[in-house]
Design a binder for this molecule. Sequence first.
Ligand SMILES: NC(=O)c1ccc[n+]([C@@H]2O[C@H](COP(=O)([O-])OP(=O)(O)OC[C@H]3O[C@@H](n4cnc5c(N)ncnc54)[C@H](OP(=O)(O)O)[C@@H]3O)[C@@H](O)[C@H]2O)c1
Length: 255
Amino acid sequence: MKIVVIGGSGLIGSKVVKNLRARGHDVIAASPKSGVDTITGEGLDEALKDARVVVDVANSPSFEDKAVLEFFETSGRNLFAAEKAAGVAHHVALSVVGTDRLAQSGYFRGKIAQEKLIRESGVPYTIVQATQFFEFLGAIAQACANEDTVHLSDAYIQPIASDDVANAVADCAVDAPMNGVVEIAGPEKSRLCDLMQRYFKATGDARNVIADESTLYFGAQLAADTLLPGAHAHLGAANFDAWFRQSQNHSPAAH
Ligand SMILES: NC(=O)c1ccc[n+]([C@@H]2O[C@H](COP(=O)([O-])OP(=O)(O)OC[C@H]3O[C@@H](n4cnc5c(N)ncnc54)[C@H](OP(=O)(O)O)[C@@H]3O)[C@@H](O)[C@H]2O)c1
């Protein structure tokens, strides 16, 4: 089956490409780096020729509110025009658990717009909503103030390893369209502040985390369960310890 992975050079995209190729599919890794741009439309029609499935795991290069919204709206419109012209039978997209509860956040208003375009596109689809990736802890750590103590929300989080995300997305790409949402998450939930303290300890970072329920997440106020999946979520295999061990084995320092 010919499958085009939009954002095929990214964290999740590169793993989805590898996973689907290992299953014997004809996979195109499409992104600006390989001459396919969903914003300008460059290379899109050629990439989608004879494609049966499109997997969209692209992300906005800028996280500024207006830029994110424009990215997902323009990218979605261009993609669906090209998918309809090519007769694509299944659109699979990666979104975030709780997206509809996070409209206070500019980033998530972009994801809400992306999901709306998918539902209204007329192309059969599956939306995979994932919880936060373990790999994302590094980005949160960098975004925190570089002071002795950092304040983080005490809301629950149930993060998932990017390998488990890629595997679930690849499963959906070869299955029939659900025309709905499937949720995926990691096997363990913990409070964001506690998990970040554990991450700091594991990485030798001396900072202390203070639980602070008023701290915003991407501009949104979190309730205890905002980022948690529902009861029917598919759970990935790796918990924090397994992911951290594996990430250390793959870090440049380990070689
Ligand atoms: N971070 C989390 O915890 C989390 C949780 C759940 C869901 N998600 C979702 O997961 C998705 C993928 O995230 P990621 O971390 O894997 O992303 P990433 O590593 O930042 O990769 C982004 C990808 O988007 C591509 N891209 C950027 N502009 C493009 C354009 N104009 N046309 C086509 N492709 C373009 C990039 O291509 P180039 O390399 O060529 O620039 C790159 O391949 C996002 O939609 C995000 O919302 C994230």
